[in-house]
Ligand binder design. Sequence first.
Ligand SMILES: Cc1cc2nc3c(=O)[nH]c(=O)nc-3n(C[C@H](O)[C@H](O)[C@H](O)COP(=O)(O)OP(=O)(O)OC[C@H]3O[C@@H](n4cnc5c(N)ncnc54)[C@H](O)[C@@H]3O)c2cc1C
Ligand SMILES: *[C@@H]1O[C@H](CO)[C@@H](O)[C@H](O)[C@H]1NC(C)=O
Ligand SMILES: *[C@@H]1O[C@H](CO)[C@@H](O)[C@H](O)[C@H]1NC(C)=O
Ligand SMILES: *[C@@H]1O[C@H](CO)[C@@H](O)[C@H](O)[C@H]1NC(C)=O
Length: 503
Amino acid sequence: MDSRFSTSSCRQTTIYALFTTLLCLYTVVDARVVNVRADVTSCLTGLNVTLPGDPAFQSESQTFNARLSYTPAAIVLPNSVQDVETLVKCGASLGVPVVARSGGHSYAGYGLGGVDGALVCDLSALKSISLSGSNAVVQTGNRLGEVATYLWEHGQLALPHGTCPKVGTGGHTSYGGYGPFSRMGGLLLDRVVSAEVVLANGQTVTASNSSNPDLFWALKGAAPSYGIVTSWTYSTLPAPPTTVFFSIDLPAYTSAAAFASAFSQYQSFAQTAPKEIAIAFSMGPNGNGGIGVQLIGNYFGTKANFNYLVASLVLSLSATVSTADEYTDWTRVLVANGYGEQLVTAGPSPPDTFFAKSLVTTDLLDNAALTSWGNYLMQTAANSDINWFAQADLYGGAISSDFDANSSSFAHRNALLVIQFYGSSNNNAPYPADGIDIINNMVTSISANPAAAYPNYIDPTLTAQQWQSQYFGSNIQRLSSIKATYDPQNVFSFPQSIPVSVA
Ligand SMILES: Cc1cc2nc3c(=O)[nH]c(=O)nc-3n(C[C@H](O)[C@H](O)[C@H](O)COP(=O)(O)OP(=O)(O)OC[C@H]3O[C@@H](n4cnc5c(N)ncnc54)[C@H](O)[C@@H]3O)c2cc1C
Ligand SMILES: *[C@@H]1O[C@H](CO)[C@@H](O)[C@H](O)[C@H]1NC(C)=O
Ligand SMILES: *[C@@H]1O[C@H](CO)[C@@H](O)[C@H](O)[C@H]1NC(C)=O
Ligand SMILES: *[C@@H]1O[C@H](CO)[C@@H](O)[C@H](O)[C@H]1NC(C)=O
């Protein structure tokens, strides 16, 4: 499979591993960091703390997105929920912002605070997973690959979520959690039946439909602003018995009109597709001035039924089914989707140096928008000094039909597509100065005033007005009033945390 432009965010990054030691990040120490050092040292007594200057600090404070680097006041590795309580009380008493880090994959480095001087609660020692009937209780030090492996091995169970195994359950669940099984079973946050969370006052509570229901609603869509979730309880599903992992190669496009026509056919197929198919339109420069495209995805059924379902689309696009592999082992499906990365491996993900964002669509993009996008892509394919890809994932299915719009604060129940736009520098070199504009303009070539975006592809360049409306829509008012109830002093604060009041 050609991964130059597929999401392969997992695989795309592995080739950069060799270069990370050459980076010289984290050399700037903020004055505030020095000032709070003595204080945090005293109120964190007994905890496992790494401070600036400690030998482990540089590796502990590595961001997944090497474009950004932050120097926290301290990084704490709690060994228990009680340790998390102590940490939160410490941050609250000193007025130091407290943030959680689960898998550390925030596109904006928010697991390290997104600014210097935060108190980081690294959850990686909280690894318990257990089953109670078909509900899985998962501490937030677990990453997606670990959860999938455990569930498969304990009764061939599964959850819908993304396919990069090192993404953390903490952030991924908080803001959505989309993957191949989502049109069958919802987003990962839709599977949450309760959460254990440490609040700003240092107390641990349960949030569910029957206990702190407002908080529960807010956690499912915006958890990082309300507390540190120490465990999620998920309602699991039987793993799909038969899955076809597929990719379909489209011809390379060298004109905006041809690109627009192909995307339009994909959209029409997508709009009426059965929930048994997960499919994405994935594109990038083909190296010859044109745009290469693959349709990649999964079908929950037999290969014969898959071929039947896509036959007329493949024919009308003059495309070729290049992969259609039938699996019965769900963990092997996930490995195939993650471009071969094993589900459980030690050590951090190798970083990438990138800028990415998203656009959520609810209606079909019209020919004017698609032609404008196609024209922009043609220029970018020929001129760009970044590696970029864009991928339009199909939402709908269970995401829109099985879960009430008001069952969580996730604002995009009616999404048709979530399109991700991703630019990365070559070999972890510094991100080019024009690289942010290149990606931003890709979005505005489609829509001058983007209405909606997916918060798990969090974009630190949006203004407050933009991110509040694009991520949370009309839910922002209620989110803000719940913030005022549960975290009035704004202990859980980072550049895009829900404010205690909105205009
Ligand atoms: C390689 C890669 C592949 C991806 N693939 C997908 C995909 O297929 N589908 C998809 O939907 N998304 C995908 N994403 C986006 C991903 O879902 C987000 O980046 C997600 O927020 C990362 O979660 P994390 O725990 O790893 O990151 P972190 O940086 O640890 O956390 C992200 C945010 O959540 C907060 N947080 C973390 N843990 C907790 C907690 N326990 N309680 C409260 N707040 C917490 C952090 O403070 C931060 O603000 C991908 C990202 C990457 C880098
Ligand atoms: C403390 O954290 C480090 C990582 O920074 C970890 O390797 C070590 O095992 C932890 N020690 C204890 C006692 O928890
Ligand atoms: C919680 O309440 C929502 C909205 O009323 C409902 O859709 C959902 O099924 C309930 N969840 C559980 C686990 O009971
Ligand atoms: C959403 O749910 C909350 C309580 O959980 C309720 O107060 C509110 O009226 C609901 N909104 C709608 C539009 O149903």
